[in-house]
Write a protein that binds this ligand. Structure first.
Ligand SMILES: [Ca+2]
Length: 492
């Protein structure tokens, strides 16, 4: 079945490849990279086995207009390292050998934005940046204006409050710049932009639409990185709360003098911590808040797609959509049938919703079942634009050509994994989260550092460890992982 499909895919793309030869005569395509945050694998309606409660008609419309990827991997199971891999086309462990939360961006590593800026593109990033270092600084390599973006509106931290976006609330908050979560005005180029009212997902969309309108006559590269559906998941406009029958939870208020765990009284970190774990919200309601938040995100993606259509840019815009890591055990996401989620190298942490669309160039309705990587985004965009890549240390491949099996590796703190053809070898375990996981979480078969071998074609849920029956395969993959690290991890 899979082979038949691959053959069909090849011919589908063959026509695409012929078209690509005439790209030079066409207008160079705009590039819209939509990154969402912590969306579960089963929470993406275009996938056949999605959770039946999910409806995201706009993501589905986008996906149906092009190709979906049922085995798309990010380079890490958490935001910052994943975003660096996505942005550079390289596995960030090449320079962050400890595979940490904060890989940062070395001067020597070129970003998609830099390639496109050199090619004459107008470039902008709207939304979450988060490359794991220098969250509150402007004059650093990690700040978007310092790695290829002409414009930036958003935040660099892991999370931002969805409602509290004003200077006034920031001035009243004792810890507005917690490393994990921030509130107050958005960073805007070399200053800030304060919003007295409004909801962050709507605001990012409004700004993206304005950018599309003003840039429609030149090729543009827009990275639109929503923080939805990251914590704080319960912060959603009333109409969505009503739709999913959950009550509003009061916003953070520094005068409420709330304390939680070790955080100081009145601090934003206390509020953030309380509502980013199970406890204050229980499983059933958490899923409803998540669905409400995701529904709002989907409506906003619909507004962006409508704007592209209204400006007559549909056929000249390549859109890539993906989540930066799998759904978390703590936000109400569903990764079924995949084991575990964010914070681990089980499939639930690194296999994500992904789709690309380029009407007229990529045939509609395609399903790519071969495994791909977020590092493929850079070479794919380069191919679409006609940029010749000479960097031999890129890990990605061009997805506009037939995709072949290759070796993918992951390192995340003390854990690692390798994928080669249908096989995955990993020592992953997990203990990174701060409360019990939600009841949608699929518990791993073992939670230790031992080597586990899975055939993902037969067993995508990683339920059957085949390591004892296949010692040669274990040895081969372990050696391949070591070889990759020896060859590629170095000084940047
Ligand atoms: Ca994330």
């Amino acid at each position: 079945m899979k082979k038949l499909f691959i053959i069909a895919l090849f011919f589908g793309l063959f026509s695409c490849k012929n078209n690509a030869q005439s790209v030079k005569k066409d207008k160079t395509p705009n590039i819209l990279l939509i990154v969402v945050d912590d969306q579960g694998y089963a929470d993406f309606e275009p996938f056949k086995n999605h959770d039946p409660v999910i409806t995201n008609p706009n993501m589905t419309k986008l996906a149906n207009s092009g190709m979906i990827f049922t085995e798309a991997y990010t380079t890490a199971p958490v935001c910052s390292p994943s975003r660096v891999g996505m942005l550079t086309g390289k596995n960030q462990i090449r320079w962050d050998k400890n595979a940490s939360w904060g890989p940062g961006l070395p001067d020597s590593v070129k970003t998609i934005a830099e390639y496109l800026k050199e090619a004459g593109y107008a470039t902008a990033r709207i939304g979450k940046n988060d490359l794991g270092k220098n969250f509150h600084k402007y004059d650093v390599r990690e700040y978007p204006l310092k790695h290829g973006y002409d414009e930036f509106l958003g935040f660099s931290a892991h999370a931002h409050d969805y409602w509290l976006l004003s200077q006034e609330i920031k001035d009243r908050t004792p810890d507005p710049d917690g490393t994990s979560a921030v509130l107050g005005p958005l960073m805007h180029n070399n200053g800030v932009k304060s919003y007295k009212d409004g909801y962050l997902t709507d605001i990012l969309t409004d700004e993206a639409i304005q950018y599309i309108q003003k840039s429609k006559n030149k090729p543009f590269f827009l990275t639109l990185a929503y923080n939805s559906v990251h914590h704080l998941i319960h912060e959603v406009p009333q109409k969505y709360l009503d739709k999913y029958h959950v009550k509003p939870i009061p916003n953070y208020d520094p005068d409420s003098l709330m304390a939680f765990e070790k955080h100081p009284v009145g601090s934003y970190s206390a509020y953030y911590d309380k509502y980013s774990r199970l406890g204050a919200i229980q499983d059933e309601d958490l899923r409803k808040y998540y669905l409400a938040n995701l529904n709002c995100l989907d409506d906003n993606i619909g507004r962006v797609l409508e704007s592209i259509k209204k400006e007559g840019l549909e056929k000249e815009t390549l859109i890539i959509f993906l989540s930066d890591n799998g759904g978390t055990p703590l936000n109400g996401a569903n990764n079924s049938p995949l084991t575990a989620g964010k914070y681990s190298l089980w499939e639930g942490g690194i296999r994500v919703p992904m789709a690309i669309s380029w009407p007229g160039k990529i045939a509609a309705g395609q399903v790519q079942n071969s495994y791909v990587s977020a590092t493929d985004i850079l070479p794919t965009i380069a191919s679409a634009v006609g940029i010749k890549l000479t960097d031999k240390t890129l890990d990605g491949i061009n997805l506009l050509q037939p995709v072949k099996d290759r070796v993918l590796v992951w390192k995340w703190q003390k854990t690692w994994a390798i994928r080669k053809a249908d096989w995955k070898l990993t020592n992953t375990n997990e203990d990174h989260w701060k409360s019990r996981p939600s009841n949608l979480y699929i518990k791993p078969i073992r939670d230790d550092f031992s080597l586990k071998l899975f055939n993902l074609e037969d067993d995508p849920g990683e339920r059957i460890d085949l390591s004892s029956q296949n010692p040669e395969k274990v040895k081969e993959l372990e050696q391949a992982y070591q070889n990759w690290c020896t060859t590629n991890i170095g000084n940047y």
